[in-house]
Design a protein around this ligand. Structure first.
Ligand code: PMP
Length: 309
């Protein structure tokens, strides 16, 4: 299916891809007053299924709440809308992008006079970290960005808001222009927080370590999935701040995100992480993650997959 044949859900109607347009004076375009989600629909052994749909929709609702958004749809209606969008678009494995935004009406910083609209699009997306096959074996190359991650005193970091991604984009572009694959971002205390669009984990002496969300990381759903897998498989883990130099001498580092999946890290700031190859813990978690999302894990697949009728 090419884009022209695809459909997008807009405020309750399924419309043609090319007709899913909004006014140039849409509030969200000018003042970044939108919140969004990134969800994956996997082609499991038992058919198409959305991974952790309820958790993603809840995060969208929470993000909207933080920005005083009056989203007119209930959680159940939004979940159904995601399924309807996938159904309208055929049988492929896809990435799903719901967005809630302040629309066209009154310009000015205050968004509240404007209606909140919701749209849901879906496409096949091999995000840039997923695309290159050799990364699967080699891992990605990261640099620590000079841009600090947004601080809780400036922006609410638990909202997955479009505004936050101006900060992410600056860091991502800085890394790409310097010849790296992705940027690691530090918080205003100089601690490692996350990558521009992924959470970060390191392994040291067989212990899995990730920074706390209270230090500024997004409450990543893949991050939570990895922590659950660790718990179930008795992999010891700690949630604590990580310093930049700790990463350099880690045994393993990997990134997690809905778009990127689980990505081993080969290098940070031109220092090789261990021998630069995917580590054993990363491999174990990645394999287990694959079982869960493709409906091959009895307990977690049942808990987290919503099948598309
Ligand atoms: N941090 C940031 C800044 C992100 O944009 C994302 C992607 N949503 C993540 C972490 C990972 O979150 P998730 O696993 O829910 O996709």
């Amino acid at each position: 299916m090419n884009s022209n044949e695809k459909k997008i859900w807009m405020d309750g109607s399924i419309v043609d891809w090319n007709k899913a347009t909004i006014h140039i004076l849409t509030h969200a375009l000018h003042y970044a007053t939108a919140v969004f989600e990134g969800i994956r629909c996997y082609k499991t052994v038992n058919g198409l299924a959305v991974f952790r749909l309820s958790d993603h929709v809840q995060r969208l609702i929470n993000s909207g709440k933080i920005y005083f958004m009056d989203i007119k749809y209930s959680k159940k209606q939004l979940e159904k809308a995601v399924i309807d969008t996938i159904n309208a678009n055929g049988v492929e494995e896809s990435y799903v992008r719901p967005i809630a935004y302040y629309g066209y009406g009154k310009m000015g910083v205050n968004p509240l006079p404007n209606k909140v609209s919701v749209a849901i699009a879906t496409w096949v997306w091999d995000e840039h970290l997923k695309r290159e096959m050799h990364y699967e074996e080699k891992g990605v190359r990261l640099m620590v960005s000079a841009w600090m991650r947004i601080d809780g005193r400036t922006m609410p970091f638990l909202a997955k808001a479009t505004a936050n991604y101006a900060n992410s984009a600056l860091a991502r572009v800085e890394a790409l222009k310097a010849g790296f694959d992705e940027a690691i971002m530090l918080n205003t205390s100089g601690k490692v927080i996350e990558a521009s669009a992924e959470n970060i984990f390191m392994v040291k002496d067989s212990i899995l370590i990730t920074p706390p969300t209270s230090s500024g990381a997004l409450e990543g759903i893949t991050r939570d999935t990895v922590l659950t897998i660790a718990k179930e498989n008795k992999i010891p883990y700690e949630i604590r701040d990580i310093s930049r130099d700790e990463l350099y001498i880690a045994d393993e580092v990997f990134l997690t995100g809905t778009a990127a999946g689980i990505k081993p890290v080969a290098e940070i700031d031109n220092r090789s992480i261990a021998d630069g190859r995917e580590g054993l813990t990363t491999k174990q978690i990645k394999e287990k993650f694959g079982l869960v999302v493709y409906d091959r894990d009895d307990e977690l697949s049942k808990k987290w997959l919503t099948f598309v009728e």
